[in-house]
Write a protein that binds this ligand. Structure first.
Ligand SMILES: [Zn+2]
Length: 58
């Protein structure tokens, strides 16, 4: 999609609400992420996280 907006201005006041347990990336308010108990997992890591969880039989 073409956009007139500079990406830097899309979320000028985004708050960091959490950090990904897997990659340590900040998770901003309004972003999709997943929580499992005390773990918070960003969209980038969810597939790996689930695969790992299945392997470990959680
Ligand atoms: Zn992550």
């Amino acid at each position: 999609m073409d956009s007139m907006y500079d990406h830097r201005y899309e979320r000028p006041l985004a708050m960091v609400v959490d950090a990904c347990t897997e990659c340590g990336k900040d998770i901003y308010e309004g972003e999709e992420y997943y929580t499992f108990g005390t773990d918070s997992v960003c969209e980038d890591c969810i597939n790996d996280y689930v695969r790992q969880a299945k392997k470990e039989g959680i």
